[in-house]
Each structure stands twice: as C-alpha cells, then as structure tokens.
Ligand binder design. Structure first.
Ligand code: CAA
Length: 408
C-alpha cells in the first residue's frame, strides 16, 4: 500500500445530475409592528426620509416571549406539516442574532418541531450572509445524495441603539426553506461568484445586544462586494446580465437594493435605462418594506415576495445577491421551474404581516429596553400570537413551549 488514491474520472462522477434547490419556502415575523412615522417624530426628521430615502414603511418588533428560535420554528412549522420529515437529515440554522455562544439555536427548533434524532443540527454565522452559506451547503449535501432533504432556517432580529441612524433600519423575520432534488420553486445553478474582504462596516461584539455600524462605510463595502462577486461570477462562466430576468438582494433597507442593482447594472455594462433596471427588483421589495431589516433572512424574504408575486414566467432566471457585513458577498442564480406558482403560498406572508399588532413608540421603547435585562430566572409575559413561545429562563436555561391556540 503506497497510500496513493486513483484520481477520480470526471466522466464517472457519482454526483447527482438532478437539479437541486428550494422546494418549499415559508416566512414568519414578529407579533408587533411600528410605523416609521413614529420613529421619525422622535428623531425630528421628515418621514419621507424613511419612506423614500430608505424605502421603508414599518418594522416588525418582537413580543417579549419571541426570539430567533420561536420565529424560526414558526417559519418551519408549515414546511414540516406539508412535507413531513421523511428523508430529512440536516437542519441548518443561520443567524447573526444568536441566543447562546455555544449551543445552536437550531437544537431548540429541532425539539419544537419534533424532528427525528437522526437530523444533524448546526448554527452558522457570517452576518447577513450566513443563510446563503447554509443554502449552498444544503445544495451540496443533496447533490451528494438526492434522497436527502435539508431544512435551512434563517432567523434574525435587527437591533441598533435608540436614537442612532440605524434605528429606523431595525426589523425581524425568519425564513424556512426545504432544499431537495427536483425542487418546485427554484433550481439553483452551479456557477456562483464570491467576494470576501476583512472590513469593519458592521459588527456586534459579544458583550453587546445591539450592533455597531459605520453606515456610509457599510454602503460602500456592500457595493464593492457586489462588484467583486459579479466579476468572479462572470469569470467562472456565469450567465450574462441580459440573460437574468430578476434580481433579489440582501435588503437592510429596500433602497439599498436599488442602489446595489443600479451599481451592478453599470458594472455589468447593461444598456437598460433606469426604469428598466429598477423594474428588475421591484417585486422583491414589497415584504421587506414591512418587515424592516431581517439580516440573513432579508434576501429570502425578498425571494418569497418575488415568487409570491407570480410575475415570473416559468424558465426565468433569478439572480440572488447575498451580502453580509464584515464582509462576504455571494452572487448566484436559479431557474424557476414549470408549475412553480402552485408551490407558493402568497396569502400566508401577507396575512402574517397584516396580523401584527401596531404598537406606540412608548411601547416599543419599553420592549427595546427590556431586551437588555440580564438575569438567571425570568418569566416572560404571554404576548406572542405565533405557534411557539419563549417562556423565560430557569437557572440560565432558555424555556420554549408550544403556544396553544386557545391562549393566542
Ligand atoms: N425625503 C426623501 N429622501 C430623503 C429625505 C427626505 N426628506 N431626507 C433624506 N433623504 C435621503 C437621503 O438623501 C439619503 O439618500 P441617498 O443615500 O440616496 O443619498 C437617504 O435618505 C438616507 O439619508 P442619510 O444618508 O442622511 O441617512 P442617515 O445618515 O441617517 O443613515 C444609513 C442612513 C447609513 C443607511 C443608516 O440608516 C444606517 O446606518 N443603517 C444601518 C446600516 C446599514 O443598513 N447599512 C447598509 C449596508 S450594510 C448591510 O447591508 C448589512 C446589514 O444588514 C446592516
């Protein structure tokens, strides 16, 4: 034995030739909402700065008995109810608002959903990019064995200091995606462009519950990363700009998607006029205008809005542009298959957004302050209207439970 292994013959690759991608998708958000006019009044600015300048109307606010775990489980529940757990081998939980430095938030979700012990579970982090890392890892697992399914859940609550410029760009949402072979919603194409650069544009040190950000630098870093990812995508044989029908972006605020897409159209040498460029992202912004920033979920909330709009013809190519401060960017594409509209649930996300209880600025300020209380034992008030609740802390142990319909 020399220890040498024969070089695999690419013609005899054991990798599947089945398309792999997103088979089902579901969005959840918080039980409360605040209109940005309330924040504008306290900041003493023209509300148009938020509605037009940032492209945001509202932001979701979590109830005291909600967190990234309850949101993630709420997003995943309909997916598990629709498809069961047969073939499910992996749960990937992507977040940058983690609730523990060691234990994966996914393990709590695993229990709340009643998943089999044979489902491996892990949490991933790289700011708003980690959902895309999870999706690509899921696709690789399914390509290796098309009989396997992976549940990818992105869940985040965006929190900045009160009265900071980031405050109107808070929000919350979770997205659950079932990744399978022969998917019903989006077939992910293999070519992908990536860009990584060590930059301090946005971060949250371990001792802080709110993020720190250099706002202008973060916008510049985002645009630079989009250029880098596009160059890599093109060099690796990606589709030309004109062969892409729609673009979904990470949306810290929806106007950022407009800035990023106009920038990409210029870098890629598109001959389209500004209205045509803006039209390529319009359908992706409707939900995000209402959830606010949901960090690693926001790109997939945008994808949900695009698919739910039904605007795309089957066979259309969608580009997904994922940016996570710090910074990593990935640009990849997918094809919307025949019959995809039957696999969407357009009313569900709109109903969840409409069902939120509007709260005053005073109530929002109380919730914002309560988040920073550090104790070993805590009983949270019963407020959430979602299917799961965070009941508090028992000797530093987080307590999660089913929220029985009678008490909602
Ligand atoms: N009517 C219409 N528009 C108005 C207006 C009015 N009355 N007043 C101002 N505006 C416009 C401004 O012209 C500006 O537009 P442009 O950017 O096109 O010039 C826009 O409103 C915002 O105004 P300012 O730049 O003055 O706003 P600001 O300094 O208060 O803060 C921000 C804006 C930097 C985005 C801030 O909200 C922030 O720091 N947000 C958090 C960081 C962030 O989201 N960065 C994005 C990239 S990083 C990322 O994507 C990761 C992530 O999720 C955080």
């Amino acid at each position: 034995m020399t220890g040498e292994r024969p070089v695999p013959d690419p013609e005899e690759s054991t990798l599947s030739t089945h398309p792999v991608g997103i088979h089902d998708l579901s969005v959840a958000t918080g039980s409360h909402v605040i209109g940005l006019d309330e924040i504008a009044a306290r900041h003493g600015v023209d509300p148009a700065k938020y509605h037009v300048g940032l492209g945001q109307d509202e932001m979701s606010v979590l109830a005291p008995d909600e967190d990234v775990v309850t949101l993630a489980a709420a997003a995943a529940l309909p997916v598990v109810e629709r498809h069961g757990t047969q073939g499910l081998r992996t749960l990937l939980f992507a977040t940058e608002s983690g609730i523990d430095q060691s234990k994966s938030a996914g393990v709590y979700v695993h229990r709340l959903l009643g998943l089999p012990a044979t489902v491996r579970t892990v949490e991933l982090k790289q700011a708003c990019y980690s959902g895309t890392a999870a999706l690509q890892m899921a696709a690789a697992l399914v390509a290796r064995d098309p009989a396997e399914k992976v549940l990818v859940v992105t869940s985040d609550v965006a929190r900045y200091d009160l009265d900071s410029s980031g405050e109107p760009t808070q929000g919350a949402a979770a997205v659950a995606m079932l990744v399978t072979a022969d998917p019903a919603l989006l077939e992910i194409e293999p070519v992908t462009g990536v860009h990584t650069e060590d930059v301090m544009d946005f971060w949250r040190p371990n001792h802080r519950s709110t993020a720190l950000v250099d706002g202008r630098a973060s916008i510049d870093a985002y645009l630079r990363a989009v250029s880098g990812a596009w160059a890599d995508y093109a060099e690796r044989g990606g589709a030309p700009f004109e062969d892409i029908d729609a673009f979904a972006y990470h949306q810290p605020f929806t106007r950022m998607a407009t800035k990023a897409h106009r920038h990409l159209a210029k870098v890629a040498g598109s001959g389209l006029d500004r209205d045509a460029v803006d039209a390529q992202i319009a359908a992706t912004t409707t939900y995000n205008r209402r959830t606010g920033n949901s960090y690693t979920s926001s790109l997939y909330v945008g994808l949900a809005a695009l698919l739910d709009s039904g605007e795309l013809d089957p066979g259309s190519r969608v580009a997904l542009v994922s940016y996570g401060s710090g910074a990593v960017c990935e640009l990849f594409t997918g094809i919307v298959p025949e019959g995809y509209r039957e696999a969407t649930h357009p009313g569900a996300t709109t109903a969840a957004l409409d069902a939120r209880t509007p709260i005053s600025d005073t109530a929002y300020l109380e919730l914002h302050a309560a988040h920073d209380v550090v104790v070993a034992d805590l009983v949270t008030p019963h407020r959430t209207t979602g299917p799961f609740r965070y009941a508090g802390l028992d000797g530093h142990r987080r307590q999660y439970e089913r929220n029985e319909p009678a008490t909602r």
